[in-house]
Design a binder for this molecule. Sequence first.
Ligand code: ACO
Length: 327
Amino acid sequence: MKGAAFSRIVGTGSALPERCVSNAQLVAELAQRGIETSDQWIVERTGIRQRYLAGPKLTSSQLGYQAALQALHSAGIAAGEIDLIICATSTPDFVFPSTACLIQAQLGCAGAAAFDVQAVCSGFAYAVATADAYIKTGLASKALVIGAEVFSRILDWNDRGTCVLFGDGAGAVVMTGSDSPGVLAARLHADGRQQHILCTAGNLSGGAVVGHPFLTMDGPAVFKLAVKVLDEVAREVLDLAGKTPADVDWLIPHQANIRILSAAAKKLGIAESKTIVTVDQHANTSAASIPLALDYGWRSGQIKPGQHLLLEGVGGGFTWGAVLLQI
Ligand code: ACO
């Protein structure tokens, strides 16, 4: 198969669990466990006002499937036309098969290549960059790229420093080959030496959990590194595409924390009014946060055809990456 000049996003979708939990509700629920926090602390330190939390039976693949269906519908493409499915997740349904395979089965498009990428909150940037490379080299022509998470499953609900920060959800895009842009530049990075600042250092072995099955984080270290590397990788993709921050119509960063979003935009010299913000509504949904924000920006009419979008992800690993594209 001949590769395409560009890959383009031609449809977006998203899905959230039914249960929306406001800060006030969460504060009350945590108080019952003897954990003290407040709406004021959460809003001031993070910008989060609510999050959606999955019930016990809802899985990443089910959320990813719903988001994928919506993305296919908005692209006007049938599931059977898809030849590549990449799902970014750190909360897969199973050790294996991959969440992408489970989504493929629900969509009924057997035959398409399907695999997960694991780059935590950078996962969606990694997945889009991977799909772009597959489409440009002719390994695929129509791709579904999904970020899906049930992070609530790996939170220690007795750790107020982390459990207030995350939510569950999924977002998806359909990408196809095109003669016109499309993805203009993508760059991915990682520094495994920083694995300890954000991790869920547990595993299954011999039928038991080995290590620590909950997310742990050195918040200040993550904050500092995130702002630095987001700026570096954003400038890298802008340079690669021969663009400047002034060419960016919308910055769509991983929605970790409003203070990280604001600091990243400020450092890059992009007005906060040009940043898509959903962390207040969804909290941090890890690999799902960028596609959720993209779908929100598209459906709300903020993002318009032809505009330049700068997607940037940062997360555990430590990993980071950015994609500059025209929508
Ligand atoms: N409610 C009330 N008090 C709290 C809470 C809470 N939920 N959590 C922590 N505190 C307290 C701490 O116990 C501490 O109290 P002390 O001073 O009496 O010891 C105090 O608040 C300050 O704690 P810090 O951790 O220093 O708070 P900080 O101002 O750094 O804010 C935060 C914490 C929001 C996590 C911050 O470090 C941050 O934004 N880090 C970036 C990391 C992030 O956003 N991670 C998201 C996931 S990572 C990713 O997606 C890339």
